[in-house]
Design a protein around this ligand. Structure first.
Ligand SMILES: Nc1ncnc2c1ncn2[C@@H]1O[C@H](COP(=O)(O)OP(=O)(O)OP(=O)(O)O)[C@@H](O)[C@H]1O
Length: 453
C-alpha cells in the first residue's frame, strides 16, 4: 500500500487506454474505474481531488448520457472536486455542457500526455489552495474576531491587537465613528480573554444622569424613594468579566470622578451602602468623540483618560477600509436572503460601484440597515443602485501622489485584487477573469498580499 492517499481517479472503460492513462500520470497516486457504479464507489472511498473521465461509459458507450450522469453525481457529492472531461474530437457542445455542469476543464481525445499531466497538476494545485482557504476560513470563524468581516490590512492588524491584549487585564479604549464595530470588538476582546464572567455593555449617553450612577454602581434597599430592593449595578454584574462603557465621552463629570476611583481602587460602594465590594472587571471604554479635545474643553478628566487609555484602538471608518463595503454588502445580503428563505440577492455592477463610492457616514450599521431594507423590498433577485437609494458614480477618481514605483504597484495590486474579490463575492474564477490573470496567478497574488478568500 502506498503512503499517500490517491488524489486522482481515472474513469475509462477501454482498459488498454485506462492503463495508458494511469501510466502517463504515474506521478500521481491514482485509482481507476470503468463505469458509473465503480467510479462512484471509488470516489466515495478515496475522495480524490481530481477526476479524469470519459463521457462514453457502459452500458451505452456511444452516447454521453452515462458520462453526464456520473459528472452530475460527482459534483453533487463533492462540488470542490476538479473533474476533467475527455471528449471526442469536434465535441464542442458536450464539452461546454460539461463545463456548465461544473466540470473543471475538458480535453479532446486523443489526449497529449504532457497536456494532460499539466492540466491535472494545475487542478490539484487549485484544489489544494481551495481546501487551504476553506481551512483558514473555518479557523477564522473560530477566532474571537471571526464575526468581524474585513479584508482591510489595518483592520486585520487591529483584530490581531485585540487578540493579543485580550489575555491581559489592560483597560482598552476603542475610538471610532458610530457603527464602526466598537461593540463587536469589545465583545471579541471579552471572548478572547476567556474571562469567566459576563460581557456587559452600558451606553452612557442613553441613560439620564440621575439614573446612570445607580445603573453603574447599584443601590441598597431604601437608598432613595422607590429603592424597594437591593439591586446590583452593571459593574458588579460584570464581575469576573468585561464591562463596556459605550459613549464614555458622555459620562457626566460627577460620575467620571467615581469611575476614576473605581479604576484606582477596584472596589465599589452601592448607593446607600456602607460596605466596599471588591470587583474584578475588565473595562473597555468606547467613544466616537475626540476625548483629547474634550479634555481641553474641560469636559473630560485627563486623569480618567489615562486610566482608560492603557491600550488605545483607533477603528478606521468604513470608507477608509479598502474593499470592505462591498464585501460586507455581499455578506449581509447572503445573511438576510437566507433569513428570509429567498434566493441569494445579487448587486448589479452599478450598485457595486455605488456601494464602493458611498461615504458611509453611519459606517457598517448604515450598510447593514440598507441591505436589510433592500432585501425586504427587492422584487427580483437583483438589487440596483436605485433600490439602495444610492447615486451612481461617474468614473473612479485617482489622487495618487505616491511615486515610489514598488509601493504604487503593490498598493494598486492589492486594491485591484481586493476589489475584484469583493465584486465577485469571492468567486476566484470570476475575480481572475476580471483581473485578466489565471486562477493560479490570482492565488499566488493573494498569498503574496496576505489575503484570504
Ligand atoms: N466588520 C464587521 N463585520 C460584520 N459585522 C459588523 C462589522 N462591523 C460592525 N458590524 C455590525 O454592525 C453593527 C454595528 O456595529 P457596532 O454596534 O459594534 O458598532 P459601534 O461602533 O459600537 O456603534 P455605536 O458607536 O453606534 O454604538 C452591528 O450589528 C455589528 O454586528
Amino acid at each position: 500500500m502506498s503512503a499517500q492517499p490517491p488524489s486522482l481517479l481515472i474513469v475509462e472503460d477501454d482498459l488498454a487506454l485506462q492503463k495508458q492513462l494511469k501510466w502517463s500520470m504515474d506521478r500521481f497516486e491514482s485509482v481507476t474505474a470503468d463505469d458509473v457504479a465503480s467510479a462512484v464507489l471509488q470516489f466515495r472511498r478515496h475522495k480524490p481531488a481530481v477526476v479524469t473521465m470519459d463521457l462514453g461509459l457502459p452500458p451505452d458507450q456511444d452516447s454521453v448520457s452515462e458520462g453526464f450522469r456520473l459528472l452530475e453525481k460527482l459534483i453533487e457529492l463533492e462540488p470542490t472536486t476538479k473533474v476533467i472531461v475527455l471528449t471526442g474530437q469536434n465535441d464542442q457542445n458536450n464539452a461546454l455542457r460539461a463545463i456548465r455542469m461544473g466540470a473543471y476543464d475538458f480535453l479532446a481525445k486523443p489526449v497529449d500526455p504532457d497536456v494532460l499531466v499539466l492540466t491535472v497538476e494545475r487542478a490539484m494545485r487549485l484544489h489544494e489552495l481551495q481546501q487551504e482557504n476553506q481551512r483558514l476560513l473555518t479557523q477564522q470563524e473560530g477566532e474571537p474576531t471571526g464575526k468581524l468581516l474585513t479584508r482591510d490590512a489595518q483592520m486585520q492588524r487591529l483584530c490581531r491587537t485585540i487578540e493579543r491584549v485580550s489575555a491581559s487585564d489592560a483597560t482598552v479604549l476603542l475610538l471610532g465613528e458610530s457603527g464602526t464595530g466598537k461593540e463587536l470588538l469589545a465583545q471579541a476582546l471579552h471572548d478572547a480573554s476567556r474571562r469567566k464572567g459576563r460581557f456587559v455593555a452600558i451606553n452612557c449617553a442613553a441613560i439620564p444622569e440621575a439614573l446612570l450612577e445607580s445603573e453603574l454602581f447599584g443601590y441598597e434597599r431604601g437608598a432613595f424613594t422607590g429603592a424597594t430592593k437591593t439591586t446590583v449595578g452593571k459593574i458588579e454584574t460584570a464581575h469576573g468579566g468585561t464591562l463596556m462603557l459605550d459613549e464614555i465621552g458622555d459620562l457626566p463629570m460627577s460620575l467620571q470622578a467615581k469611575l476614576l476611583r473605581f479604576l484606582q481602587e477596584r472596589n465599589i460602594e452601592r448607593l446607600g451602602g456602607r460596605q466596599e465590594i471588591a470587583v474584578d472587571v475588565r473595562i473597555v471604554g468606547a467613544t466616537h468623540q475626540d476625548l483629547k479635545a474634550q479634555i481641553e474643553q474641560g469636559l473630560f478628566r485627563e486623569d480618567l483618560y489615562y486610566r482608560l487609555a492603557e491600550i488605545v484602538v483607533d477603528i478606521p471608518p468604513l470608507r477608509d477600509r479598502a474593499g470592505d463595503a462591498v464585501l460586507l454588502a455581499h455578506a449581509f445580503l447572503r445573511r438576510f436572503s437566507s433569513e428570509q428563505r429567498r434566493p441569494i440577492l445579487r448587486l448589479t455592477d452599478e450598485a457595486i460601484r455605488a456601494v464602493e463610492a458611498h461615504r458611509w457616514p453611519g459606517n457598517v450599521r448604515e450598510l447593514q440597515n440598507m441591505m436589510k431594507r433592500a432585501s425586504i423590498m427587492a422584487d427580483g433577485d437583483r438589487i440596483t443602485a436605485e433600490d439602495l437609494g444610492l447615486a451612481v458614480p461617474d468614473a473612479p477618481a485617482a489622487d495618487d501622489t505616491e511615486l515610489d514605483l514598488r509601493t504604487v504597484r503593490e498598493r494598486a495590486e492589492r486594491q485591484a485584487v481586493v476589489a475584484a474579490l469583493s465584486r465577485t463575492d469571492n468567486n476566484i474564477a470570476k475575480a481572475a477573469d476580471l483581473l485578466g490573470v489565471s486562477r493560479p496567478t490570482l492565488y499566488d497574488l493573494m498569498a503574496k498580499l496576505g489575503l484570504k478568500t
